[in-house]
Design a protein around this ligand. Structure first.
Ligand SMILES: [Cu+2]
Length: 195
């Protein structure tokens, strides 16, 4: 073969191989990314259409030994349907303030361990309450050394930043309203609804 032609052929073969290798690598990356089943980080909002799944965990013994919601600052898109799951491992109960033993502002019933429940209780572990949004989610106590899972669906229709608060005085002090109940990052925080 003509040496020049041979060099050109070799160069073209190398280019083709490199291109193929690159395509293979890229498609492999895509498949790997598509197959990823890692759960979203706690409290992160994952959007599927207009349904947003949010997961919170309540730890009985957070920092200071205080009961703690794992995420105090929630960001939600306005007008989305929020499917909120709360996993609670706190087996203690507290007497509720006011009418907060009943779920409020939800689409459909609250579900406890997968079962729809007409809940009304004056002693619960915690609540997730956003007064400005008319939202109240009741979290019963977990069994000893176990967890209880609460699911609630609601739609936010108001942009802004709103305070959320647990309404079961699970904190310190004579009334149970000090410590975690009064400290952002534990039993109170903000919900930011983004327009
Ligand atoms: Cu609480």
């Amino acid at each position: 073969m003509d040496p020049v032609l041979k060099r050109i052929t070799t160069a073209m073969t190398v280019i083709m191989l490199v291109t193929l290798a690159l395509m293979f690598t890229l498609s492999g990356t895509r498949v790997a990314a598509g197959k990823s089943t890692a759960p979203p980080p706690l409290g992160a909002a994952s959007t599927t259409g207009r349904i947003v799944n949010v997961r919170l965990v309540i730890n009985a013994n957070g920092p200071h030994g205080w009961p703690t919601y794992t995420l105090s600052q929630l960001k939600l898109p306005d007008h989305a349907i929020i499917h909120l799951t709360i996993v609670n491992n706190d087996n203690g109960g507290s007497a509720l303030a006011g009418p907060f033993g009943r779920p409020e502002g939800l689409i459909g019933p609250e579900r406890v361990n997968g079962k729809a429940i007409e809940m009304s209780s004056s002693i619960v572990a915690h609540t997730f309450t956003v007064p400005a949004l008319g939202l109240n989610i009741v979290v019963p106590a977990a069994p000893n050394h176990g967890t209880v899972t609460v699911e609630a669906t609601f739609r936010v229709t108001r942009a802004g930043t709103f305070r959320w608060q647990c309404m079961a005085p699970c904190g310190t002090g004579g009334t149970g309203w000090s410590g975690p109940m009064a400290t952002v990052g534990y039993m109170t925080g903000n919900v930011e609804v983004q327009a």
